[in-house]
Design a protein around this ligand. Structure first.
Ligand code: GLN
Length: 561
């Protein structure tokens, strides 16, 4: 099996590489105000000035990567090309910058400690006492510099997870302080803060921001720019106040009101000339004008859809307590949007919990959708509901797109209801079933037995070859594709012949033909019924919509009731 490593290390010679400028983005007041999107937007507006930009995320968790975290805790797990399981913000950076980022661009407290301890065990500290300070921040700094060199970046943007004042990100702030001390002219700090407008007084309050800045100062770090997130724009009077009390030049207080779409944010920042401010602060040579033409065109398309297309996403991680989680399937949702905009349409995307379809009573609800998508997932919860949904859309010819688990379950449903293998199952939920149509990949069996679960799935980019003239090949307009993966189970090769005889087509396989990568029903039997073992959503970009999503949305629109 051919593993694609697109991020093969360049020969890094410190003399040859130019000096990168570093921008740290930290959060003040509270989380959830869009620090990730702010970071992505800053990266984009600097890229639009002709600069080579890369972006990193540092997360305060002990988890070595994001792969072991439940998505209801932490949102989607985003997989990089080289297979690292990361925070969803990495997806935002890739989408905004339209680049593939390497694994050195993501770190957690756990991964940093792991490297330091490994180096200590290898005697790399040459007998020195290894200490939390400075050795942990030094490891953080070394990784940041490696990322900058690997990307040959003019600007390296580093988003520090969490909010200032949290015990957890102190060592990352220490890294910021040390880097600023080492090269003050090359480091800028941006604080993303929140300015509430309490309903009872109807006035924007700056005090929480002042307190957050003071907390940041206690760590020896001083903000150069404050992004003032608020329900409304920040007026001149508040800008003056923030400037005076937070020691930031007034032109470096940037208004960031709530906007209808996250894709407006870079354009909004430029209304306050943020890229110019940052270039001046860091003495960056940049092109005089900002080239955001492609982005502006994309934003315009996103607002001018001539008609709607209605898609249901049927998953299980949809709520936490009384709140609907919108972050769990973020890459899938965004991928649907990009393709819909490309087709000149407006998406209406509804989350439906698979649990509500278990008793079969609500299945006819699905008729109101033009297309149904079942995204990736793990475990038993909601499986029978998903299988019922898939059976319904197959029989009623509603366009279907199944991703990873959504593909495995599509094959399982077919085995049960068309091949009449009533006791068919996936080894993941019933290893004792008579027909394990979806089985564990041989190399995974041992890992599970040893509980070696972190970062051990089949992860990252692999090549798949496509069957000529299949729907997949027609959509991609290519005979071979590279897509990102995250799974332990596979379609059991013992059942492939029988499944194909019954009408399903395996239209994409690993180059050696062993692993099924794409499954589909022929167009004469169904307007669109495609499943992928990989996660195409991870490669969809605003300026490069994914061909399979586009084919799915097009078929959905064409079959619109
Ligand atoms: N649970 C399935 C597997 O591990 C599918 C994984 C997924 O959907 N990402 O193979």
């Amino acid at each position: 099996m051919k593993k694609v490593t697109k991020t093969a290390k360049k020969n890094i010679s410190p003399q040859k590489t130019k000096q990168s400028k570093f921008i740290f983005v930290v959060g003040g007041v509270m989380s959830g105000v869009g620090k990730g999107i702010t970071s992505s937007s800053i990266a984009l507006i600097l890229q639009a000035r002709g600069l080579n930009v890369t972006a990193l995320k540092v997360d305060p968790y002990i988890n070595v990567d994001a792969g072991t975290m439940n998505p209801t805790e932490h949102g989607e797990c985003f997989v990089l090309h080289d297979g690292l399981e990361t925070d969803q913000d990495m997806g935002n950076y890739e989408r905004f910058l339209n680049v593939d980022l390497p694994s050195v661009n993501y770190m957690t407290t756990g991964s940093v400690y792991q490297s330091v301890i490994r180096k200590e065990r290898n005697l790399e500290y040459k007998g020195k006492t290894v200490e939390v300070v400075p050795d942990i921040p030094l490891e953080v700094i070394a990784r940041i510099k490696t990322a900058a060199q690997l990307a040959d970046a003019d600007v390296t943007l580093i988003e520090v997870g969490g909010t200032v004042g949290e015990y957890q990100n102190v060592l990352f702030l220490e890294a910021v302080r040390m880097m600023k001390g080492e090269m003050p002219e090359n480091v800028a700090v941006v604080m993303v803060s929140y300015l509430p407008v309490p309903g009872s007084i109807g006035e924007m309050k700056t005090k929480p921001t002042q307190t957050a800045v003071r907390t940041l100062n206690n760590a020896g770090v001083f903000a150069d720019v404050i992004i003032a997130r608020s329900p409304v724009g920040v007026d001149q009077k508040r800008k003056e106040k923030i400037s005076r009390f937070c020691n930031v030049k007034i032109e470096n207080v940037i208004s960031a009101p709530d906007v209808p779409s996250i894709y407006d944010i870079p354009l909004n920042f430029e209304k306050d000339n943020l890229s110019t401010r940052l270039c001046e602060l860091l003495n960056l040579q940049h092109s005089k004008t900002s080239d955001l033409r492609g982005w502006k065109q994309f934003v315009a398309h996103s607002k001018n859809g001539r008609d709607t297309v209605k898609i249901a996403v049927v998953g299980k991680y949809l709520t936490s307590g009384d709140f609907v989680l919108s972050d769990v399937y973020i890459s899938v949702i965004e991928a649907i949007k990009y393709s819909t905009y490309k087709l000149g349409l407006k998406p209406i995307i509804e989350y439906r919990s698979s649990l509500e379809f278990e008793d079969g009573k609500k299945l006819s609800d699905l008729k109101k959708y033009d297309g149904v998508l079942v995204p990736g997932g793990f475990g038993k919860t909601g499986i029978e509901g998903k299988l019922k949904v898939i059976e319904y859309v197959r029989k009623n010819k509603i366009p279907y797109f199944g991703i990873c688990y959504g593909m495995q379950l599509a094959v399982l449903e077919y085995a049960r209801n068309v091949l009449k293998l009533k006791d068919a199952s996936t080894e993941e939920i019933n290893p004792k079933a008579a027909d394990l149509v979806v089985g564990i990949m041989p190399e995974q069996r041992e890992k599970i037995a040893k509980s070696d679960m972190g970062g051990t799935m089949r992860l990252g980019a692999y090549v798949a070859k496509l069957k000529p003239k299949s729907q997949a090949a027609l959509a991609y307009k290519s005979a071979e594709v590279t897509e990102r993966h995250r799974h332990r189970y596979e379609i059991n090769p013992d059942y492939i012949e029988a499944i194909e005889k019954a009408g399903m087509v395996f239209s994409g396989t690993s180059p050696d033909g062993r692993l099924m990568e794409i499954v589909e029903l022929p167009k004469i039997d169904h307007p669109f019924f495609v499943g992928t073992q990989f996660h195409p959503e991870l490669m969809a970009r605003p300026l490069r919509p994914h061909p399979l999503f586009t084919a799915f949305v097009r078929a959905s629109y064409e079959s619109k009731a």
